[in-house]
Design a protein around this ligand. Structure first.
Ligand code: DX5
Ligand code: ZN
Length: 221
């Protein structure tokens, strides 16, 4: 069976005034994940949207809502994002006051639970929780903006997490600077999910884009 990875387009690079069509573009591209970048202007130097935005788009899409919370002390907001319709909630280890409690709360809503690490944060920061989470998100750019260049050293952490997996079920997700030029290395590093924002929304043929990217082939695009 040919290996393929999940492609999760990030709506951060979409036109928010036309978000329903952006969601339709994602659905028609052949992937069933959408990545939702929540930024609070404190943990990261940018502000995007809150749980109301997710609540409002939920009835318009059957996509898997992969919520990426770049929010300080996220435990305060888990219930809101859970009730808004997120399918997975990922929080940053650097932002949590109590990681076990935050994981427990996310899981108490029956959702997928992810932990994310910034480029400078080592894998050892998430290692104690690898039995408890469904996903580990390796930031390949400094969180806060789309359209940045992938930091190649972060792929070492993906390889490390792939080695540590054993028979644990967590998915390895990468986020930031994933495009036709970087996808071959990203794919080879062992990821299960690749987020792509600016490259996806720039692609003229989004179904072809997702097809090739999910096979780790960028040079044909
Ligand atoms: C950045 C976000 C990313 C971003 C990716 O902090 O977490 O999800 O939208 O965008 P690109 O693919 O343009 O780097
Ligand atoms: Zn993200």
């Amino acid at each position: 069976m040919e290996r393929s990875i999940i492609i999760a387009p990030s709506v951060l690079s979409a036109d928010f005034s036309d978000i329903r069509n952006a969601l339709l573009d994602i659905e028609h591209s052949g992937t069933d994940w959408v990545h939702l970048d929540v930024m609070d202007g404190r943990f990261v130097p940018n502000i995007t949207f809150g749980s109301k935005f997710i609540e409002d788009i939920r009835p318009h899409s059957d996509l898997y809502f992969d919520a990426h919370l770049m929010v300080d002390d996220p435990i305060r907001h888990i219930e809101q994002f859970a009730k808004a319709g997120s399918d997975n909630i990922t929080v940053h280890v650097e932002a949590c006051r109590d990681i076990p409690k935050t994981i427990e709360l996310i899981k108490s809503f029956g959702l997928g639970c992810g932990l994310s690490i910034k480029p400078e944060t080592p894998v050892s920061a998430v290692e104690p929780y690898l039995d408890d989470v469904d996903l580990v998100l390796v930031m390949s750019v400094n969180p806060g903006f789309g359209g940045q260049s992938l930091i190649p050293e972060t792929l070492d952490k993906v390889r490390q997490l792939a080695k540590l997996k054993g028979n644990r079920g967590y998915l390895i997700e990468i986020d930031g600077g994933v495009n036709a030029k970087t996808i071959a290395d990203v794919f080879a590093s062992g990821v299960d999910v690749a987020v792509t924002g600016s490259a996806f929304f720039k692609a003229t043929d989004k179904a072809e884009f997702v097809d090739w990217m999910s096979k780790g082939v960028g040079d044909r695009l």
